[in-house]
Design a protein. Sequence first.
Length: 149
Amino acid sequence: MIKTEAKTSDYVVKAETTISPERIAYVICAGVEGGINYWATDFLLKQDATVTLANGVTRGKRPDGNDPWYVDPALYGGDDFMIEINQIEEHVTGAGTKLAITKADIQQALQIMADKYPWHWNNIVTENEDSETGDVLIQLAAFKEIVYG
């Protein structure tokens, strides 16, 4: 067998995309309300939900009082939130474990998604997310990989 040198290099494309806290809220909402319930329960805000942000919005409480806290974009725009999830799937190591998600975890999850799961990433960027996209984002934030698939 004769080895040959590559004559061309791969093309590497790195693009920067900004995702708003509102987009994160929509994707998380899709995951919580229809995507993660087969492996997780207790999606809980582990911060003082009465903290008022600089813009006058009370974190975790929508002005109309009707939406659940996890759809509030003001929450995801903050730097200090923590969400706790209880992993319940009994067929996977770690069942019963409480997992924490922070803004840094969501940032890392978005990068993992862009790098390894471009079809899910594209769904976020094109505003075409569904419960599966939300499930994947939450799993990547919690585990840094897709555990439940």
